[in-house]
Design a protein around this ligand. Structure first.
Ligand code: AGP
Length: 626
């Protein structure tokens, strides 16, 4: 969480840093700040006590904007931060950069031993202005400089004192021609320009300036000046910086007439899925693009016919997508699949072998727990495939192979198109792996490919249900609680539907397997408890109808998401609201279709309640701390 950005060169940097922060705001929006060297004092002359100027504001970047005029217009070196609060409430005092005219620090991560450090520094006479874990870093640097160390040594002196995860940007008045950056566990990328250099938490903030970047590894420090970059590892050995050319395709970052990014991203899904199908499947030759699926790369490392177990790791929405692997990979490929939350998995001692395949799902490719799980699995000898959206992000860089979703930038904090893209990628990967393992006969493959070809059209039809979902939202937006139920492939969809509603409308919602209702949750059902039942015409249809009846018998109002096939008999099933989407015989693809009305329902409920749909309270798009 938190976005950091810095620049040093010859261009005025205040608005450049601000614009970079705007691209990073998805990482946190509790407060923001910018610090620059005051060049009116002369960069290379001895700096006076006001060498660094600092502005900060509580809340989103829009609150910082009017303060930008308080910074020297001609400044050409500075750092900026947009915060997701971990230690200390959102406030000006807790906003970054921390420090003063001599030293400033921006930080993404958590200093786990900050309490001990704080009390040691307090004994030395330091008084703290903020409640953050970061402020200790400023005083540790001050202590080091006071003891006679040079700037570089002062930065190195931090390493042995700090525990936790951090990406720092550090400016010191003693060395106004450089910015130091340090990376340990949090993302950091350096952008290389002509006579200017940059750094940021995410390449997204740099792409409009340069495509030449250095991804720092954990345990590395760099000194960035206008003319160059010097990198060291924590042992102090200089290492030649290795640059990479970004092949990021920048999707549109505009709302394109939609009221919210989330609504735009919901409606983008049919075209995103159509593109993904084109990339992963050669529909003309009726075969899979094994290369794009990551299977060729995997095959170089592991005999795909010999994989004995599959472990899925992910968080949040990505976990719900990964959960589907039980209903997809396992039956198609005949390999046992285990699915686990990355935050739990990373601390366990799982049974993994060189014939285990670990699949990490992540939109951002930066989620701290998922990344740690990937590293943990690799250390245990497993093969790692990641299914990610953001190219060059940390999880793909730590995996043996990556299947990119290429869904384009997802700006809304609540994930929508990334979820359906993950499901699609998982499905095609499962088919591809089944084909490689000789478990897919030609006619089944043909049928499945045909279903894939028509899926985007069916999704478009489902997305046209917006007005109907808006009407339902009107009748339910004041609810305090809500249950979602589904069986089989609709179970992960129920979990995801509930997460979407709670994230953006702040209504308490839970997802359950339909069969679990009687084991407890049904006690909650009365006329104040709407139950959203995902009931496509599949093998669970009759069982789900029984669940619906049980809810109705207790006065619960049922919103039933079903498909056109169930309506052929003219049934209404006595539910309060019925929503019908297109039918497909392939359960995973049906699950993709069922997702759309649930996203739209959550969206319209949130809009009716007047919440901040794209940037809901307390959340951040990329969770880079555990
Ligand atoms: C989804 O709406 C969330 N905001 C969140 O659960 C997200 O899916 C999770 O943090 C995982 O993110 P990732 O896909 O970038 O790893």
């Amino acid at each position: 969480m938190c976005g950091i950005m810095g620049y040093i060169g010859n261009r005025p940097c205040v608005s450049l840093i601000f614009e970079g922060l705007e691209k990073l705001e998805y990482r946190g929006y509790d407060s923001a700040g910018i610090a620059v060297f005051d060049h009116r004092k002369g960069r290379d002359s001895v700096q006076g006590p006001q060498a660094i100027k600092l502005i900060k504001a509580e809340g989103k970047l829009a609150k910082l904007k009017p303060l930008l005029t308080g910074l020297p217009e001609g400044a050409t070196c500075g750092v900026g931060h947009t915060r997701w609060a971990t230690h200390g409430k959102p406030s000006v005092e807790n906003a970054h950069p921390h420090g003063d005219e001599e030293i400033v620090v921006i930080h993404n991560g958590i200093i786990e031993n900050y309490r001990e450090l704080k009390s040691e520094l307090a004994k030395k006479g330091y008084s703290f202005r903020s409640e953050t874990d970061t402020e200790v870093v400023v005083y540790l640097l001050r202590e080091a400089l006071k003891s006679g160390m040079g700037t570089k040594d002062a930065v190195f002196s931090l390493i042995s004192k700090l525990e936790g995860a951090y990406a720092f940007g550090i400016m010191m008045a003693k060395e106004p021609s450089s910015i130091f950056v340090v990376k340990q566990g949090s993302p950091l990328v350096i952008g290389l320009g002509e006579g200017e250099n940059f750094f940021a938490s995410d390449a997204l903030a740099l792409i409009s300036h340069t495509k030449k970047v250095i991804f720092l590894d954990d345990g590395e420090i760099a000194r960035i000046s206008a003319d160059g970059v010097t990198c060291w590892n924590f042992a102090g050995e200089e290492k030649p910086p290795i640059s990479t050319h970004l092949d990021l395709v920048m999707g549109s970052m505009e709302k394109q007439g939609y009221r919210h990014f989330m609504l735009k991203e919901i409606h983008e899904q049919p075209s995103v899925i159509a593109n993904t199908v084109r990339r992963l499947v050669d529909l003309k030759k009726e075969t899979f693009c094994f290369d794009t699926l990551g299977l060729e790369e995997m095959a170089r490392k592991v005999d795909l016919t010999r994989i004995e177990s599959i472990q899925i790791v992910a968080c949040g929405t990505a976990y719900h997508a990964g959960f589907m692997a039980k209903y997809c990979l396992e039956p198609l490929c005949g390999i046992p699949v285990n699915v686990e939350l990355a935050s739990e998995f990373r601390y366990r001692a799982p049974h993994l072998t060189p014939s285990s395949l670990v699949i990490a799902f992540s939109q951002s490719g930066e989620t701290a727990d998922t990344l740690a799980s990937v590293k943990h699995s690799a250390a245990l000898g497993a093969n790692i495939l990641s299914i990610c959206n953001v190219r060059h992000s940390a999880i793909p860089r730590s995996s043996h192979a990556t299947l990119y979703m290429d869904a384009g930038p997802e700006i809304g904090v609540a994930s929508t198109k990334a979820f359906t893209s993950m499901l699609l990628c998982l499905y095609v990967f499962s088919l591809g792996l089944a084909a490689k393992r000789g478990r897919l006969d030609e006619s089944t493959m043909k049928d499945r490919l045909e279903e894939l070809r028509v899926l985007p059209f069916r999704m478009e039809k489902a997305a046209m249900l917006g007005p109907r979902l808006r009407e339902i939202a009107e009748g339910y937006y004041e609810m305090a609680n809500c249950l979602y139920i589904g069986r089989g492939t609709s179970f992960p969809i129920a979990l995801e539907g509930a997460l979407k509603l709670k994230e953006i409308s702040y209504i308490h919602a839970e997802g359950y397997a339909g069969g679990e209702l009687k084991h407890g949750p049904i006690a909650l059902v009365d006329r104040h408890m709407p139950v959203i039942a995902v009931v496509p015409k599949d093998q669970y249809f009759e069982k789900m109808l029984s669940n619906v009846e049980e809810v109705r018998a207790r006065g619960g109002r049922v919103i039933m998401i079903t498909d056109e096939k169930t309506l052929h008999g003219g049934g209404h099933y006595g539910v309060a609201e019925l929503v019908s989407i297109p039918h497909t015989d392939e359960p995973i693809l049906q699950a993709i279709l069922s997702t759309i009305p649930l996203q739209l329902l959550a969206y319209y409920v949130a809009v009716r309640r007047g919440t901040d749909v794209d940037q809901p309270r307390n959340l951040a798009k990329s969770v880079t701390v555990e």
